[in-house]
Write a protein that binds this ligand. Structure first.
Ligand code: NAD
Length: 315
């Protein structure tokens, strides 16, 4: 029986639980949070919705890590979101402590699990999770590129006035202001957007994509985006659980690709039963390669802060 655990029953976590249940991603979806009653209440609500939606998935709400034992896959959303004016890196310390706690019970109770990390700052938190778990690096992956690419796809479809289903985008690098939208690998029904839009239109789309998260944070005033992040995470979870071998941009462990080693960074990769089955290295022009290096440097700076605060310690 497939069991998926979603850690954190906040906006992203509960939306992941809803999407996972409605898509029957697993027989059981466990939703765990530290706030008493919150995951249990959401689970009850979702199980009652199943009577109308017609899905066969059972959602279990809990505060006890023991109930997550034997999970095939975890989606980790536990942690604070940004407030207006905050950078994702401002969440390093508070969310780093949470990720370490969660990693400890995943390792003990679900040693075979694959793990998708959503908690921000994403590229640093996925590194921390992998270090603390000690699992093979391909079993731990971060969600960012699918979301950032979806944002870019929406902005392109809005500008061109066509349907979003024909738009495919690629965003590389870290999940922050240093992310690297790749217009040359972004297409509408197979045609590169460089043939469809002017340079200044593309520059405006790239800029809006890089700040797509902040745009929503500023509109909401409290909290950050959750519908598209949950869609992205559940698409990745489905690719892993159903061994789909989908090519998706994710924060994956780099081992020399793009001249980079020993860090998680957004790159296209193939997701299947083993997690990241393959990292796909794109040929970048000088400008793209330079931006990717800069993105890697900003992640390494965050990792250094985690080390200074003694949070980056294997269990
Ligand atoms: N990677 C991405 O692209 C992306 C996108 C959106 C949000 N995020 C991040 O996801 C995280 C969650 O966002 P949200 O909007 O759901 O926040 P939220 O505040 O609505 O929910 C967070 C939940 O985590 C819970 N929590 C805290 N410590 C916990 C622990 N040890 N175990 C279990 N649960 C715990 C809280 O009680 C809360 O219910 C944030 O860090 C946010 O920045 C990342």
């Amino acid at each position: 029986m497939t069991r998926v655990t979603i850690v954190g029953a906040g906006f992203v976590g509960m939306t992941c639980a809803q999407r996972a249940a409605e898509k029957e991603l697993a027989k059981e979806v466990v939703l765990i949070d530290i706030v008493e009653g919150k995951p249990q209440g959401i689970a009850l609500d979702l199980n009652q919705a199943a009577a109308i939606e017609g899905n066969q998935c059972r959602v279990i709400g809990t505060n006890d890590p023991k109930d997550t034992r034997g999970s095939d896959l975890f989606i980790v959303t536990a942690g604070m979101p940004r407030k207006p004016g905050m950078d994702r890196s401002d969440l390093l310390e508070v969310n780093g402590k949470i990720v370490n706690t969660v990693a400890d019970y995943i390792r003990k109770g679900s040693p075979e699990a694959r793990v998708i990390v959503i908690t921000n700052p994403l590229d640093t938190m996925v590194y921390l999770m992998a270090e603390r778990l000690g699992f093979e690096k391909n079993r731990v992956v971060g969600m960012a590129g699918v979301l950032d690419s979806a944002r870019m796809a929406y902005f392109i479809s809005e500008k061109l006035g066509g349907g979003i289903h024909d738009v495919r985008c690629m965003v590389l690098g870290g999940h922050g202001d240093s992310m690297v939208p790749m217009p040359q690998f972004s297409t509408v029904d197979g045609v590169s957007i460089t043939a469809l839009m002017t340079e200044s239109e593309i520059a405006a789309i790239n800029h809006r994509t890089q700040h797509g998260g902040a745009e929503i944070v500023n509109l909401l005033k409290t909290g950050s985006a959750y519908y598209a992040p949950a869609s992205a995470a559940v698409a990745m979870a489905k690719a892993i659980l159903r061994d789909e071998h989908r090519l998706l941009p994710c924060a994956a462990w780099l081992n020399g690709e793009y001249g980079l080693k020993d860090l998680y960074l957004g790159t296209p990769c193939v997701l299947g039963a083993r997690g990241v089955e393959r990292v796909v290295e794109l040929e970048l022009d000088d400008a793209g390669a330079k931006k990717l290096q800069q993105s890697a440097e900003s992640i390494r700076a965050d990792l250094e802060t985690l080390r200074e605060k003694a949070l980056l310690v294997p269990a």
